[in-house]
Design a protein around this ligand. Sequence first.
Ligand code: NAD
Length: 222
Amino acid sequence: MGEPVAVVVGGASGIGAAIATAFENDGWRVVVADLPATDVTDEDSVAALLDGVLASHGRLDCVVNSAGVSTLGQITELAVDEWRRVVDVCLTGAFIVMKHAGQRLSAGGSIISLSSLNGRQPGGGLAPYCASKAGLSMLTEVGALELGPRGIRVNAIAPGLVVTPLTQPAMEIPGIEADYLENTPLGRSGTPEEIAEAAVYLAKAQWVTGEVLDINGGAHLM
Ligand code: NAD
């Protein structure tokens, strides 16, 4: 059967790209998927991706969903369409990936989603993102309950600040980064590689399921 096969959705940039590299370095065959070919908000596109991987590689062992978008805006100012855009990718997209991965994985396989510190700590101006990530953390727990009896594990990683194309716009707001680092015991932001190490761990940790792993320099303690 050869090496295990991982699919990394949202794998073209940032944390997802680092996860793809870390899996490759750990001996996995990796399929990277991203826009425009694969859109997590489109059920048919996710199903076609996973069917294609099974057809060409003959097995599927781990599906990582690192797709994400955000927006900045106060609740009283935010357009409903903008709310829907973020929730559609960050929460409904996670559901769609989990649904179709859960249908196709065999016992021993696992699903890993990217939640966020913002799923447990509110961030002003980030309502749809925070609400989606809180929902995604709970979705992970429900997924673990439902898929556990079939031997499929469902976990998430909740990173703190990692500077990537997603977070770069917020970094331009004066004081934001300094404020974050002041509220982080280890006093620095993380790297995509530090998040990727956790993904490889979760993919292999056969008795870990329903876990939302905080990786944030201790910021969740503050
Ligand atoms: P990024 O912008 O570098 O990468 C996100 C990727 O998702 C991009 O390649 C983008 O094309 C893809 N994507 C967006 N919409 C998509 C869609 N509809 N279908 C498929 N792919 C889509 O961002 P990142 O910082 O690497 O974020 C990765 C994940 O980690 C996201 O879920 C994000 O919410 C989460 N996260 C990031 C941070 C951080 O500080 N960077 C912190 C906590 C959680």
